[in-house]
Unconditional design. Structure first.
Lengths: 393, 393
């Protein structure tokens, strides 16, 4: 079903479920474990594709919801597809569009599925039915109806390599009965997504990921992974509510990973903290994505090793006359040239360039982390000792 | 007086005052005629120094006024000087700080000296005396007193290669008597600047430019150029009010250039249109500066040849599905990778990356223009036929 794609496990960690593998796509190879950066609206904010490559990036993602609302997937298709449109020739993934619809609908699903209520945003999600989700565009109030088929069609028009099924992002603050009902509907949506994917006939240009559901309930998680394993998806994504705390998230991921088939790549949706990545890798996660490294940069946060918060706040007055780079051992173009003092100055002077410079550092940081994890697995070295170099445990 | 600097004329145009020359500085050579880009607050907005270099840039400038107000020249000095601070290792110029003080003071000198009154900005210029100018910081209302000595000290602390004397930027809407009085004071300030420059003892690290005054009055212009020629400045700048129209500006520049000594580099302050550059080059101008190419980019304007307005407005709906680059003959990294349709999209989606991509194109465009002008002069070819390729005349 996926003639131009492959998933090859190169090495299994003897002490955990971690594996060193590679995903082959029509736009190149993704060495795993790896991290996927968010080019939400067909652009990494402030950073050109060539600089993403130089910073070691192998794969990026873009958000179907945003592109569907503007400029529209048909326009991008008419321009030769998203790779050509945005000047990125490496592998790409899109999500289904569901996350943002439910996120904007519930106030913020990012908070909601993590168990934090926050309902002060306009409610743009109008209706969820068996057929799909009706929502208003965040840009102009126009109504859109997203169905599993429509999501697959849109991702088909965008032309990315890795495509994800539409699911209902179940909120955290619902009971088990709602979670079960929602899971069952997401499974039916997954089947419809698969059918639409097959109907469109990709010619091997795209590969489809399913998403495990079941919230924080182990028996539902198992039911959902069994379902996923039984369907011809190329990869599996761990989604839905991952709990209210990091500990709960690790438990949820553990249950899902015990049961997911080992011969497919597994993506963990929306997780990007350094400790979380080590935990995920040990559970067998192959790819991660999160807005955190790039968004943090836009707020002046530079990722560093060995800090409890995993970053420095460069706005802090301590850095005013600091003539050292963010990290003297870092090989990124920012650390080669610029001091923390200059970045501190740019932030306070509101000089645009800080976005580019700090984002490049954070991207390089994540790529270096993933590369060292891969090297550790290749050499069958101890993940724990690597983790101790990167995190305060 | 300027041991590490040199100005060498390589070729004189037989049909005009144009010359192909080079300025040697401690941070490298500036091939002239050339264009100086504005890194107003120690940063080209949205573009890293390395990308400025790749786009062919030889020299940039920064604004003393802005840096004096924040972060302060002493901080930049303590960080190793402005080159190290901002990661630019090529030649740099700073202005005296005067232009912004008078600009913010009068509403806008950029309009004022071009003869357009516009007095709706807060008046931050509190007093001009023989001693100097008292003004309020645009950032926090703090009072600063800028004198000729203080300007030279500040530029000394910043550590640029080319330093400019403080002058009063005479408004356009004043009579000849005021212009004469203002010119005489600016001449006295120029002498004080020279003395302070000599007192500081640069060790050959910096070179000083004087500025011709005299507004639109040919006899005053001649008096001012005679004064400049008689003092040991390294270079001459054509400043003050250049008139209310392009024609008047060309006349004013012509009078100044007839009289300025030929053995010093001449800089024309604040002029950057393509036609104006051809006119200036023919008058013997060696360097130009203007915020226009970089500011225009931030408003979605891409410089192109052969258009009356000298640019395309990429926000325009015509470009929505335009799959061609800004200019298929342009070698810049933006034209190599991105379509006008994508840039149009980035502008409307308010995706930050457009600043970087369009600025790089405009910078490359100006550098290509200057490089073709230099080649034309080297080969003793016709400037007019080159101008016809670049401008609608």
């Amino acid at each position: 079903m996926y003639p131009n794609f492959a998933f090859d496990i190169l090495k299994n960690d003897p002490k955990s479920r971690a594996r060193r593998a590679k995903i082959t796509t029509p736009h190149g190879i993704i060495e795993t474990p790896n991290f996927i950066f968010c080019a939400t609206k067909a652009s990494i904010k402030g950073v050109a594709p060539v600089d993403m490559k130089t910073a070691g990036t192998q794969i990026i993602l873009s958000n179907t919801y945003h592109l569907m609302v503007y400029p529209g997937s048909k326009l991008i298709q008419s321009m030769g597809g998203i790779h050509k449109f945005m000047g990125w020739d490496g592998p790409m993934l899109t999500d289904s569009g569901g996350f943002q619809i439910f996120s904007l609908g519930h106030g913020s699903v990012a908070s909601e599925i993590k168990g934090k209520r926050m309902n002060n945003r306009p409610q743009t999600l109008l209706k969820i039915t068996e057929e799909g989700a009706l929502f208003r565009s965040y840009l102009n109030g126009e109504k859109h109806f997203l169905t599993p088929e429509k999501s697959i069609q849109t991702q088909h028009e965008l032309g990315v390599d890795l495509v994800v099924v539409l699911d209902e992002c179940t909120p955290f603050h619902v009971d088990k009965a709602y979670t079960k009902k929602s899971m069952d509907m997401s499974h039916r949506w997954a089947i419809r997504s698969l059918k639409e994917f097959q109907r469109l006939g990709e010619g091997g240009r795209q590969a489809l990921y399913g998403i495990t559901q079941g919230g924080i309930y182990p028996d539902l998680r198992r039911e959902s992974t069994d379902f996923l394993n039984s369907q011809p998806f190329f990869g599996s994504a761990v989604g839905g509510s991952l709990g209210a705390s990091k500990e709960q998230m690790h438990d949820v991921v553990a249950v899902a990973m015990e049961n997911l088939t080992k011969d497919r790549p597994v993506h963990l949706l929306g997780i990007g903290g350094v400790r979380d990545i080590f935990n995920g890798v040990r559970q067998g996660i192959d790819t991660f994505d999160c807005v955190h490294p790039t968004r943090l940069a836009r707020h002046g946060g530079a990722l560093v090793k060995g800090q409890a918060r995993e970053h420095l706040n460069l706005k802090n007055a301590t850095f005013k006359q600091d003539n050292d780079p963010i990290d003297a051992t870092c090989g990124c173009s920012t650390c080669q040239t610029f001091s923390k003092g200059y970045l501190h100055y740019l932030l306070h002077a509101q000089e645009l360039l800080y976005v580019q410079l700090i984002t490049i550092h954070n991207v390089y940081f994540m790529n270096r982390l993933m590369s060292e994890i891969r090297e550790c697995l290749e050499k069958e070295e101890n993940l724990e000792s690597l983790e101790k170099q990167w995190c305060v445990i």
